[in-house]
Design a protein around this ligand. Structure first.
Ligand code: MRU
Length: 375
């Protein structure tokens, strides 16, 4: 087994003498090629999230944290009193500052940049969660030099990055407990190493289950319109030598009826206080079929995906994406000109369809979330 997931980081901060940049796998190229891109500005991070070079709720969150740090570096290099390219950022940072009367404006601009980044994709709460964490750093570093503020934002982004992998391994360990021996596991979209910094949430559960019992196997929904299941989930499972069968989105009840699916595990983009869960479009159809066939349906997600500020799935904003994602396949139009298109990127699965939510702190019933997770 090549253990692809332990060799790559989907997104990581690369330190340089200027402070650094974000390095990420370009997911729009998989499975045709495996390339990394360097992201160095707020605007290019916004575009990377919007165009889904980086995707998957936890990975988007880390991209948000990186984007905040990149913007702070951009503003520092514009307004610094000293030449920001003089010497090593990591050595000189504590002294590097901007004029006192410009400090307030610097913070104001910085926070406006954070808001702009937050508007790149609306559904995955991990983005605003990570940006909130960076706002706390700004708040706590207000009285320090601008250089120190930048340094703290970068350090926090790296911390969140490292924690993500640890959290996913814990989700994997808890989740492996509910996977029956030799199970057929159905998953939808990609909640794998490539949707996180590493290891994955739903595919983290698969990885931990497979490490204990190599007779488990995965059924991966294709996941139209963008095909994350076909392109990304099969790519990473094949790399890791975990048996995977690709099925198209309409096939799930065939495999359920024929007793080839024992459990469903998917990721999440936002979980409301009552356990209603937004995930990739098509997820709720799978959950409804699973209920009919009495197959347990689980969500695997870090606590950062749980949004206790909203009561139910009715309050979740669902991203509507470009109609070309539906009308075009591999650059070719697949339908008549003039047809009407609506392209919601996510749907909400009712809490009544969910057997449990697998987090880094254990597995909770939807009804337990607000009481068990409140600070
Ligand atoms: O539009 P995407 O590809 O970002 O959507 C991804 C999903 O819906 C995932 O299932 C979810 O973000 C969880 S990833 C661990």
């Amino acid at each position: 087994m090549s253990e692809f997931h332990s060799k790559i980081k989907t997104i990581e901060w690369c330190k340089t003498n200027d402070g650094g940049y974000s390095l990420m796998v370009d997911q729009t190229k998989i499975p045709y090629s495996f390339e990394k891109v360097e992201i160095k500005t707020l605007n290019s991070m916004y575009d990377a999230i919007k165009t889904m070079i980086v995707r998957g709720a936890p990975a988007i969150g880390i991209a948000g944290a990186h984007g905040c740090a990149l913007y702070a570096l951009e503003l520092l290099s514009k307004h610094s009193l000293s030449n920001p390219h003089d010497g090593d950022f990591w050595q000189n940072t504590p002294e590097q500052d901007i004029a006192n009367d410009k400090k307030e404006e610097f913070i104001k601009k910085l926070l406006e940049g954070f808001e702009y980044l937050n508007s790149s994709r609306p559904t995955a709460v991990n983005l605003s969660w990570a940006i909130e964490k960076q706002k706390e750093i700004v708040q706590n570093s207000k009285n320090l030099s601008a250089g120190m503020l930048c340094k703290n934002l970068i350090k926090n982004a790296i911390k969140l990055e490292n924690e993500d992998i640890e959290i996913n391994k814990r989700i994997g360990d808890y989740g492996a407990e509910i996977i029956p021996k030799g199970a057929g596991i159905l998953t939808h979209c990609n909640a794998g190493a490539l949707a996180t910094v590493g290891y994955g949430t739903a595919l983290g559960v698969v990885r931990s289950a497979f490490a204990k019992d190599n007779t488990v196997q995965v059924f991966a929904d294709e996941t139209r319109p963008r095909g994350q299941g076909a392109k990304i989930t099969t790519f990473e499972l094949v790399q890791d030598g975990i048996p995977v069968t690709l099925i198209t989105d309409g096939m799930c009840s065939y495999f359920m009826r024929n007793k080839m699916i024992d459990v469903v595990v998917v990721g999440a983009d936002r979980i409301a206080a009552n356990g209603d869960t937004a995930n990739k479009i098509g997820t709720s159809t799978v959950a409804i079929a699973a209920k009919y066939y009495n197959i347990p349906f689980y969500i695997a997600a870090p606590k950062s995906t749980i949004d206790l500020s909203i009561q139910s799935g009715n309050d979740i904003v669902i991203e509507l994406r470009d109609e070309e994602e539906v009308t075009m396949v591999n650059g070719k139009r697949i339908c008549a000109e003039g047809v009407k298109i609506i392209n919601p990127s996510f749907d909400v699965t009712d809490n009544t369809l969910i057997a449990g939510i697998i987090t880094e702190d254990g597995i909770f019933k939807p009804s337990e979330l607000s009481s068990k997770l409140k600070k």
